[in-house]
Design a protein around this ligand. Structure first.
Ligand code: SF4
Ligand code: SF4
Length: 283
């Protein structure tokens, strides 16, 4: 079985316990307006250009293609056309065996540091069959974590739960209409899978991105805290908004349109969670 990986971070310290190798699988069904990994959203291999040293000669664009929706993409020919070598492929196809061999080459070192491997993305469950095969091959050899937004069907999610050792689960917006507006999909599967995760007994952490005026409002944090409390969860990690989030969009010929106010005042988060008996850590 093969899967598409758009990045591998060798020694990550924020993607689960200990020091980890984080494998970013390509493709995500969500379109969060604040996403800082736009190159991970599309499932297919694509091409990116670096702004550093670009002379704006246009050679890469001349070899690009126009998609049915009118958007432009760089191509392999764009990569060959750039005189400065600034266009790179984004997405490598691995067999599960080859990817797991690469991970296991570091297994001893990672395990000595209480770490392991984390599958992230994009959204790793979007390549569920490949993810499950990798988790299965790695079982018993290295600690396996999955970082997920939880947007997948119930059967796939429970199969992945059974195949991994730890999960990092994102909760963004509880209001369904706001979730559709800012993330592009209904959040019903996400909330359902969160409850399944909490009931499963698998060690996990809840992660909440703090997007000014969107997720970081008193109403939304209150709703997240209430959900967590109802599931018996007493700890969350809060991820501050990354002000550099838009920097990668131009590299894949997209515009960054965050649709929120980065200056807006934030909620008093610790108080909101404390009222529900939940400890928080701002990452
Ligand atoms: S990325 Fe390369 S080909 Fe494209 S405009 Fe810049 S210098 Fe020219
Ligand atoms: S779920 Fe994550 S990878 Fe997918 S669009 Fe949202 S922020 Fe980006």
């Amino acid at each position: 079985m093969t899967g598409t990986v758009f990045s591998i971070e060798e020694f990550a310290t924020f993607d689960g316990p200990g020091i980890r190798m984080t494998v970013f699988l390509k493709g995500c069904p969500l379109r969060c307006t604040w996403c800082h990994n736009p190159e991970g959203q599309r499932a297919a291999v694509e091409y990116r250009r670096s702004p550093n040293g670009c002379t704006d000669c246009g050679a890469c664009l001349a070899q690009g293609e126009v998609m049915p929706d009118g958007t432009k993409r760089l191509t392999e020919a764009s990569m060959r056309a750039c005189p400065r070598g600034l266009v790179r492929r984004c997405g490598d196809v691995y067999t599960s065996e080859a990817l797991c061999a690469k991970i296991l080459a570091n297994a001893r070192l990672l395990s000595m540091n209480g770490g392991g491997v984390t599958f992230s993305g994009g959204e790793p469950t979007a390549q569920a069959a490949f993810l499950r095969e990798c988790l299965s091959l790695l079982g018993g050899h290295i600690h396996r974590a999955v970082q997920s937004c939880g947007y997948t069907d119930a059967a796939t999610f429970s199969a992945i739960l059974a195949d991994c050792d730890y999960m990092l689960y994102d909760l963004k917006l509880i209001d369904p209409a706001l979730h559709c507006r800012y993330c592009g999909v209904d959040n019903a599967p996400i909330l359902r899978n969160y409850r399944s995760l909490a009931a499963s007994g698998l060690p996990f952490v809840t992660r909440i991105p703090l997007i000014p005026g969107v997720t970081d409002t008193a109403e939304n944090l209150e709703a997240i805290a209430a959900l967590m409390q109802s599931c018996g969860v007493d700890y969350a990690e809060l991820l501050p908004y990354n002000r550099m989030a838009g920097s990668k969009y131009a590299s894949v010929l997209r515009e960054y349109d965050p649709q929120f106010d980065t200056e807006r005042a934030v909620a008093s988060r610790e108080d909101v969670f404390a009222r529900h008996g939940i400890r928080v850590k701002i990452m």
